[in-house]
Design a protein. Structure first.
Length: 335
């Protein structure tokens, strides 16, 4: 069975007399930097001179330097800028990585797909909270934590794993529990999950259901409620108690209909093809060249999504009905 690491497994001494450079002050960066600072760890935030985030970091009482200067004084350099810009930021900090330093990530994409190739004499680790930054910060402030992952890709000092656990403790993750993974497993399961299930699968399922009803002559409002709005109630039940909690909470008719018909809409061969594309690196190569070309396909898909009828129907219905305020997320911290 999986080992869940908690506070008692971490040695805070691992971070004593160490300086951590947090590169980026967005969703993850602002939460890591402030939690580390509150945990008594010496932190410097690395941001480009033109950065919009600089004032936020200073207002939060943190030291700010350029990424290269921050990395120069740090023992642990944490890459918390967007994944697509990490290779270029890495170029600027690479000369500042001394033997025995640590280069740390919150997602394995760039290392796993060879976009960043750190020297052999540095530790390469990952500490990834399983939640957005505002939750990582908010739970820490309440004395709680966000569950997380850690991984060691390269252990130059023999202490990479202990140091990653100490970092996970300092940002609050070991309060909730941390499990060990690898860069490969984290990267491939993350990409597969967001493509096939969480982001891609769910939105296409909703659109297909909505279009099927509207094309058959039902009202867009009814189609929206049935195929999108009620999804939250179902997901909350799944999250709280798994599939059985959900099946136990819906009607027997919904349960029988769902159990007999649900699998007809899922194409497992298509899912396997998505996983193949992730494992072979084909998806990664496509996304890297898409970025190098300034994202032409991305912009087209985004435009089509923005102009889908379901967006307009949703905007209208959210205006007309009072949705619970407690279900709304706060605005992102970097805006
Ligand atoms: P964000 O998009 O929130 O990062 C924005 C920050 O990066 C800003 O401070 C921005 O500053 C800075 N930045 C952007 N472009 C550059 C650049 N070219 N040079 C220097 N700084 C730049 O990132 P996330 O927090 O979402 O993601 C960071 C890492 O964490 C990623 O690896 C991601 O996969 C991972 N992760 C994210 C999670 C999440 O919930 N968001 C969850 C778990 C892992 P500026 O003002 O200069 O633009
Ligand atoms: Mg993910
Ligand atoms: Mg992801």
């Amino acid at each position: 069975t999986t080992t869940v690491y908690t506070d008692s497994d971490a040695e805070s001494a691992q971070l004593a007399n160490k300086t951590v450079a947090v590169l980026g002050y967005g969703s993850q960066g602002h939460a890591h930097a402030q939690n580390l600072d509150d945990s008594g760890v010496d932190v410097v935030v690395g941001l480009r001179p033109s950065s919009r985030s600089r004032e936020h970091a200073k207002d939060d009482g943190l030291r700010v330097a350029t990424p290269a200067d921050a990395a120069a004084e740090a023992d642990i350099v944490v890459m918390l800028v967007p994944d697509t810009v990490q290779p270029s930021v890495y170029e600027t900090v690479a000369p500042e990585l001394d033997p025995g330093d640590t280069l740390q990530f919150a997602h394995g994409f760039n290392v796993h797909y060879g976009q960043i190739e750190p020297p052999e004499d540095v530790n390469v680790t990952m500490v990834a909270p399983k939640g957005p930054g505002h939750l990582v910060r908010r739970t820490y402030e309440r004395g709680e934590g966000t569950p997380g992952l850690f991984a060691v890709y390269q252990d130059a000092t023999g202490e990479a794993s202990a140091q990653a656990l100490a970092y996970a403790q300092a940002i609050g993750c070991t309060r909730a529990g941390v499990i060990e993974t690898t860069f490969r497993e984290e990267t491939e399961t993350d990409l597969f999950g967001e493509q096939a299930v969480l982001c891609g699968g769910v939105t296409d399922l909703v659109k297909a259901g909505y279009e099927t009803l509207v094309d058959a002559g039902y009202s867009p409002e009814m189609a929206y409620f049935e195929c999108l709005n009620e999804l939250k109630l179902i997901v909350d039940l799944l999250y709280e108690g798994g599939h059985m909690e959900m099946w136990n909470s819906v009607s027997d008719t919904a349960e029988y209909g769902g159990l007999t018909r649900g699998e007809d809409v899922v194409d497992r061969e298509a899912m396997e093809a998505i996983l193949d594309g992730v494992q072979s690196g084909e998806f990664a190569r496509e996304w890297i060249s898409e970025n190098q070309a300034n994202r032409p396909a991305y912009k087209q898909y985004r435009h089509a999504e923005q102009n889908h009828e379901i967006e307009e129907v949703g905007d209208r219905l959210r205006e007309l009905f009072a949705w619970g305020e407690e279900s709304k997320e706060p605005a992102p911290a970097d805006d």
